[in-house]
Design a protein around this ligand. Structure first.
Ligand code: C2E
Ligand code: MG
Ligand code: MG
Length: 726
């Protein structure tokens, strides 16, 4: 192609008509070579750019002929290509040469084609008819197009794997429009030049240029706006994408949180209905099940179920002696055995500490439950091996039969609980609930409620029972005995309310109250009757020893009432001192340091270890009235009394005999050298006013004895009787 191009250029230069050079040609040259490539319009939605250069080349062809047009085309191509390179497009030198050659050659071919049709361009332009003019333009456009497009197609095909035809069809065919348009513009321009003078043409061109520039600016503006819109759209899309990503993250996070919440809700729910140590259902779940069963029993009257309330016996001892960890393990083992004793439809729950409950569904009769309770008793009393050690325990079971007569779940549980307490109290393994138990429990609860306000309402009072010096037959002191003046029931004996006080802990304030009251009374009496130094005996419950500040409490009472401590005698039962003996000994020693006297009450009824007895700092043994009252008739009791007195002497303790109701008993006790006596024979426990009457007539008991002679006779007979009995 390059030689053909060079030949074309050489041909043009060699016979270039210099006479045709004028201002118009120079202007046309300048516009074509330096500006035409800038003046281009892109056809909408195509890659086709209409440049003015094609039109100008054809215009040059029409006005100045082929040679001028060849040189113009070569220069235009050279400058345009160099311009492209200047703008940064990578174009090699040989490509530039090729472009110039193609441009020159194509114009040469066009000149040939026009000559081939024997048409003189200037003739057609000035004189020819319109058909010839159109034909001329068509030949020019087509020949330009054919040479340029074929050269381009061959060039691209050589560089790609496509055929020339494919490339031409795909890329070059569309360029036809450029040449056709160029030819049309050139044609219109020539006609305009011919019709109007040069000046008007220049004005028209100038006007066209203004229109063009305005159009370009408009197009640029539109492009810029479109670019901005595109950019904004891109940013919006990016924002939307970011937003979606954020949302996605947020949703994932929400899902994770809701999963965690669900999990923790399930955990809480489990914890709310289960016991942490054994993982058995707890009281809440048990009550829910009972509610459901009650509903069932209302729908089906023959549907019966049973509730068993279980409490381990002496579990506290396990905790105290082997530690809480072993206690916990024992509870876990018991829980496992209980759970293994029921079928899947039944339920075992742990309520608290050592309390369990079982509900059995579809119960036929009471016997079935008794058999089941027997099985449970057997299972729990089989020893447990914990930490290599055998641990024994047992259980008390209360059974309540559930049926439609109950309206609340709590009522069945309450009844099973009452039955369990009944079992514990009576020492039985299991007890079936009956209505009487409930009445008893309600009475006891009422008693408890009333007792709690007894001190404030000043319902408590003290009765005093005289203690007599059996040798002188004179008043030695009193035992203070508590009475409860109930607003509706009248005087309630201590046997009825003291155990309740001990269970509820009320015994502590009650004892402090009677201590205070009786010591104050003693101080008053000792002031009024200074010639008779009196003792005051006050009963101290074993439960009170659980109070660490017991000694301090007694010391406070002594200080407040101002009595001589030696005149206060504290009475403790055998069981109270023997249980937890080592600790009690220490506390008794502390009490002794205060100067008070200590007495063991109801001696002989409990279990006393002799090895302990001598270690207790005790001053007095008080023989229980059961031995004293039977002294006359039964020989065994007489011997017991004698033995107790002998024991007391050995341990350097004095003796008080309780429950003296006959003169014979006094005689016998006098013979045995019993120092003091107390009993209905001398006086029943009496209120303060009557006790004062006894105080003012202290010799009255000397008169109850028959005269000395008959008395000594009887006395001897009694001694004989005792010896025979021995
Ligand atoms: P206790 O300390 O052995 O008191 C003696 C009980 O024997 C008194 O009964 C008294 O009335 C009764 N008694 C005295 N002589 C005779 C008699 O000749 N024949 C008969 N059949 N009974 C006689 P009470 O007052 O009913 O007291 C019963 C128990 O209640 C007391 O036995 C004592 O253990 C307890 N108690 C009374 N008051 C208190 C108190 O303030 N604190 C404590 N912790 N217990 C008290
Ligand atoms: Mg007593
Ligand atoms: Mg007693």
């Amino acid at each position: 192609m390059v030689p053909l191009g060079l030949l074309s250029i050489t041909w043009a230069f060699c016979s270039f008509p210099l006479e045709s050079v004028n201002a118009g040609l120079v202007a046309l040259f300048v516009v074509t070579v330096f500006f035409s490539s800038y003046l281009r319009i892109q056809l909408p939605r195509t890659k086709i750019h209409l440049t003015v250069s094609d039109a100008l080349i054809i215009l040059t062809l029409l006005i100045y002929g082929g040679k001028t047009a060849v040189i113009m085309a070569a220069f235009e191509s050279l400058v345009t290509t160099l311009n492209f390179r200047r703008q940064g497009i990578n174009i090699k030198n040989r490509t530039i040469v090729l472009n110039v050659a193609v441009a020159a050659f194509s114009v040469y071919v066009t000149t040939l084609a026009v000559n081939l049709f024997s048409i003189s361009a200037s003739e057609v332009v000035h004189n020819g008819d319109k058909t010839q003019f159109v034909l001329l333009l068509t030949i020019m456009a087509l020949s330009q197009f054919i040479v340029n497009s074929i050269c381009a197609a061959v060039y691209i095909a050589l560089k790609s794997e496509k055929t020339v035809w494919q490339v031409w069809n795909e890329y070059c065919l569309n360029a036809l429009v450029m040449y056709v348009a160029g030819a049309m513009i050139a044609g219109v321009s020539v006609k305009a030049l011919n019709s109007i003078n040069m000046f008007l043409f220049a004005v028209a061109i100038g006007f066209s240029a203004v229109v063009y520039i305005t159009y370009r600016r408009y197009v640029d503006d539109v492009k810029q706006t479109a670019a901005k819109a595109e950019q904004a759209e891109r940013e919006r899309a990016e924002q939307a994408e970011n937003h979606i990503a954020e949302l996605q993250h947020h949703i994932t996070e929400q899902e994770r949180i809701s999963d965690a919440l669900r999990e923790s809700k399930e955990k809480f729910r489990h914890a709310a209905f289960h016991d942490a140590l054994t993982d058995l259902p707890n009281r809440n779940q048990f009550t829910e099940t009972l509610k459901f069963l009650l509903e069932e029993s209302k729908k089906k009257p023959d549907f019966n179920f049973a509730v068993l309330f279980l409490d381990l016996n002496r579990f506290k001892t396990v905790n105290d002696s082997l530690g809480h960890s072993t206690g916990d393990q024992l509870i876990t083992h018991v829980a496992r055995r209980l759970a293994g004793s029921i079928v899947e439809s039944d339920l075992v729950a742990r309520f608290s500490g050592d309390e369990f409950a079982i509900v059995i569904k579809e119960v036929k009769d009471v016997n079935e439950m008794l058999n089941f309770a027997e099985l449970i008793k057997h299972k729990v009393s089989t020893p447990f091996v914990i930490g290599g050690r055998k641990i024994f325990t047992s259980v008390s079971i209360g059974i309540a039969m559930g049926n439609s007569s109950y309206s609340e779940a709590e009522e069945i549980l309450r009844d099973a609980d009452i039955a369990m307490y009944q079992a514990k109290e009576s020492g039985k393994d299991y007890v079936i609930f009956d209505k009487i138990m409930h009445t008893r429990a309600v009475t006891r609860m009422q008693l408890e409620t009333d007792l709690r306000t007894a001190i404030e309402r000043r319902e408590l009072c003290v009765y005093y029972q005289p203690i007599i010096d059996l040798e002188k037959m004179r008043l030695a002191g009193f035992e203070a005995l508590m009475r409860w003046n109930h607003p509706t029931r009248g005087l309630v004996p201590p046997g009825e309310f003291i155990p309740v006080c001990e269970d509820t802990g009320l015994i502590v304030p009650f004892t402090l109250w009677i201590l205070d009251e009786s010591c104050r009374q003693l101080a008053e009496w000792n002031r009024e009757y200074p010639e008779t130094p009196l003792m005051m005996s006050v009963n101290l419950s074993g439960k009170h020893f659980a109070q660490n500040d017991l000694v301090e409490q007694i010391s406070d009472v002594l200080a407040e009432t101002g009595i001589n401590p030696v005149n206060l005698k504290l009475e403790l039962t055998e069981s109270a001192v023997m249980e937890n003996a080592d600790r009690i000994i220490l506390m008794l020693r502390e009490l002794k340091k205060l100067g008070v006297q200590l007495s063991i009450d109801d001696f002989g009824t409990g279990y006393s270890s002799l090895s302990y007895l001598h270690r207790f700092p005790i001053d007095t043994l008080k023989i229980d009235r059961s031995f004293v009252s039977e002294m006359e008739t039964g020989s065994e009791n007489g011997e017991i009394v004698r033995t107790i007195i002998a024991l007391a002497k050995t341990l350097r303790m004095n003796v008080v005999a309780e429950g003296i109701e006959s003169i014979h008993q006094i005689h016998q006790l006098q013979i045995l050298n019993c120092e003091y006596g107390q009993g209905f024979l001398f006086s029943r426990p009496v209120p303060q006013r009557e006790a004062e009457k006894l105080l003012s007539d202290q010799n009255r008991w000397q008169n109850i004895m028959p005269n000395q002679n008959s008395s000594s006779l009887t006395r001897e007979r009694e001694i004989t009787h005792l010896r025979l009995a021995n």
